[in-house]
Design a binder for this molecule. Sequence first.
Ligand code: 13P
Ligand code: SF4
Length: 369
Amino acid sequence: MFDGQVPRDYILPVNGGTDKLIEAEADRLLARLAKVGWSRGECEFYAPITLKIRELAKRKNAVILAHSYQTPDIQFGIADFRGDSLALSEQARDTDADVIVFCGVRFMAETAKTLSPGKTVLLPAPDAGCSLSESITGEQVREMRSRHPDAAFVCYVNTSAEVKAECDVVCTSANAMSIVEGVDEDEIVFLPDRFMAGNIARMTTKRIHHYDGRCIVHETFEKETALAWKDTYPDARMLVHTESRADVVELADLAGGTGDMIRYVRDSPPEQKRFMLVTECGLSDRLKVEFPDKEFIGTCSLCPHMKRVDLRKVLQVLEEPRPEQVIEVPEDVRVPALRSIERMFELTRKGADPLKPHSNLGESSERCE
Ligand code: 13P
Ligand code: SF4
């Protein structure tokens, strides 16, 4: 979102655009964003900039990818694709575009560059990090390897390219179980998400070691709050991201990634109206737009990193990217990181993953010292 005055040239007609074009763009925005509370006036205000972004992206053969945690103006105003980490990495791998604008956080843009080294990958908010990604370095992985020489090292996609390069295989929230079950080893070091490692450990007979990384968004959800919501809305289905604590995940009707949650809502019978989403707020907004006949109860929390992206930054990065917005991954890191990501694609069994139902909650993971 804008935080101040709109520069004058942003509200001038775009490339010979007319008031009619801007009116039509405001209509297009309103049709989507009214469902998340946007007024006609707000849509008219932002229409010149979304028009200009879309026009520039077309001229530069750029594809705009947006994670489902982005604000609705990004997801529905300018994105070519919105999705979870796995779907967006597939888009980044397969796109014919010359430029990828990643509306998301740094590790996602790095993954895109690792997969598509010949493309220009732009990150509008270069300071958009991730508490999980920043919790661990390649050096720490090397050190752990010396203590667990027989284990497979599985790292969550929310890691730097340097960490991916030191691991055997990457996973996302959408395929974590398939990957853990798919590797040959019975001993796994799962990095860096402590809670996800524990949630996986409860679903497998493999021995799982964890590290102490946490998502600053999902670690805030607590069992007592979740129970209170359940009491208030007993008819609601509770969908919990697997980055959450085990005692919250245990209460879920579905535990998985954001893509699994979208599928769950889409596949629910028409009479199932209410859902509680225990995840970042961008997903609730996305679902409110896409499923206007359903009700999404407000249990969400904001990710400050995801919310660093706004329309003005996307326009600026398309017009004239600053060096720190152009993502580079050195070849000696990219090649081994790519091997770990490609191994993930090989092992991913489509649609086989959400961790729920949790019929066999049992052993927990072990701390990887
Ligand atoms: P998914 O959308 O892949 O579930 O990822 C969640 C997340 O926290 C990304 O940062
Ligand atoms: Fe990282 Fe959590 Fe934000 Fe996702 S929601 S980017 S895991 S801090």
